[in-house]
Ligand binder design. Structure first.
Ligand code: 9WN
Length: 461
């Protein structure tokens, strides 16, 4: 009872303030229509439109400005390739003479060598497909206010989303496991995670294309990947470019081919939303259900590790799991397909001190890497810090699995963190200090979602 009283008082006082501040961040990062009409992840370091960032960002807008949420998605899908592929960066405002992000459009040259649209420059990699989740969420908010507009939204985006999912379940899954293969660490969104260390360390680039690091002019090099990492990132990107960004044209020994447990789980969750959309639009669902069944058949048999009691990624080239214990190993819980035992195992992982579950950290949220891992570093991105999108996904998963107390805990701790520190790209689990880019859009947007008056909306998704 005491708990509830404190929470309610906290909510009453704080939610409006958090949402107001978060909206200010999104306004600051909004790039006007004449320059693309999208939200950059952060000023300086990330000046263009990023793929999964925009999905998270649209969740935030959906609560107070559905038009902007739709504009965000429209701008992103303006960069979709004719084969359904959705690039990880859309360079709406590429300035030919000024290099503002590296590698920029001059490296990717997507429209010259692939199915990319000619009107806008894009990268040749993708990122986890949160978009059908975002569109479904916008639809649900909008349908209460303006049902015809909500239906029009589904009609507009359904074909684009189907094309994206079909690309991912076919071109990116030659094995037919319902699990997506990624070809570059940047495709995971968890770019610098130790999940990729063993594969990257085994790569000796035979050449490295010329590149300049711009990221470290905005954020301390202590928080960013090393030069050796970047050399390998650039080598892999150049090899993909040589294959015209078509995995079917890569040599079979191409060294980074990974079934990504988070990417695949997000695709599955997003496909479930597509099934809901298909029901409303009277579209057939056989193909979608077939994709989902493949995933259900292979998630545990390929990616679950009984000894570690979490999920691992799968190295397609060597035919084995990549044994790195990170927070990503818990995220397949978002699919709502796990056994009770698996759900309990994941909850038990989060209760461990190594995942800040024993009140032993400044912030009681899941860090990106277990505290006792050899490579744990509280400041280095994806190697220790807390990320809000990860904890938001876990929050949704706990709500969907009726683990209500755990969901409440995550929600309150995220909101307290942003209240105390502001909206950063990531946070040290040891001190709670904000790190990386300041005024980071997805942190702000997801805080709005968490602060929204009726978080129970998640239960019905
Ligand atoms: C490369 C934009 C992106 C996020 C990724 C995060 C980081 C880029 C970078 O920033 O990646 O795509 O330059 O480090 O790892 O998840 O989408 O916010």
């Amino acid at each position: 009872m005491a708990h509830e009283h404190v929470d309610r008082a906290f909510e009453r006082k704080q939610m409006d303030t958090i949402a107001r501040e978060a909206k200010r961040v999104l306004d600051t990062n909004w790039v006007k229509a004449s320059e693309g009409g999208f939200t950059r992840p952060a000023e300086g370091i990330y000046p263009y439109q990023w793929n999964w960032d925009s999905g998270f960002i649209a969740y935030g807008y959906s609560h107070y400005d559905q038009n902007r949420a739709i504009a965000e998605m429209r701008a992103l899908f303006s960069g979709q390739w004719s084969d359904g592929f959705l690039p990880h960066i859309i360079f709406h405002t590429s300035k030919a003479t000024q290099q503002t992000y590296s590698p920029g459009p001059e490296f990717w040259e997507s429209s010259h060598i692939s199915d990319a649209p000619a009107r806008v420059a894009t990268s040749g990699l993708t990122q986890p497909p949160v978009h059908a989740m975002a569109i479904w969420h916008i639809y649900k908010v909008l349908t209460k206010k303006d049902a015809p507009a909500a239906l029009a939204l589904l009609k507009e985006f359904y074909p684009k989303l189907i094309a994206l999912h079909r690309y991912l379940y076919t071109v990116r899954d030659p094995e037919g496991w319902g699990l997506v293969t990624i070809y570059h660490p940047w495709e995971s969104g968890f770019d610098n995670s130790p999940r990729w260390d063993s594969l990257l360390e085994a790569i000796q680039p035979t050449y490295v294309p010329a590149y300049t690091r711009i990221d470290t002019t905005f954020v301390s090099p202590k928080m960013r990947p090393t030069r050796e990492d970047y050399d390998r990132y650039m080598y892999l990107a150049a090899e993909l470019k040589r294959a015209a960004y078509d995995p079917r044209r890569l040599p079979s020994a191409y060294p980074f081919q990974v079934k990504d447990k988070v990417f695949s789980s997000m695709l599955y969750s997003a496909t479930r939303r597509l099934v809901h959309m298909a029901g409303i639009l009277n579209e057939p669902t056989n193909e979608l259900r077939g994709w989902m069944e493949r995933f259900e058949q292979h998630l545990t048999s390929k990616l679950w590790n009984t000894q570690a009691q979490m999920f691992f990624d799968f190295d397609v080239v060597r035919g084995k799991q990549l044994r790195e214990e990170t927070v990503a190993g818990l995220l397949p819980i978002i699919t709502d397909t796990l056994t009770l035992q698996q759900n309990q195992a994941i909850a038990a992982q989060m209760d461990k001190g190594t995942f800040c579950g024993e009140g032993n950290c400044a912030v009681s949220l899941a860090p990106s890497l277990a505290l006792d891992a050899d490579t744990f570093n509280p400041h280095l991105y994806w190697r220790g810090p807390i990320w809000i999108n990860v904890n938001w996904l876990l929050w949704k998963a706990f709500l969907a699995n009726s683990m209500v107390e755990r969901a409440r805990h995550l929600r309150m701790h995220v909101l307290q963190l942003v209240m105390n520190e502001g909206f950063w790209e990531y946070y040290s689990p040891l001190t709670g200090k904000g790190l990386g880019a300041k005024n980071f859009s997805w942190t702000a947007a997801l805080a709005i979602d968490l602060a929204s008056e009726n978080p129970a909306h998640v239960l019905t998704e």
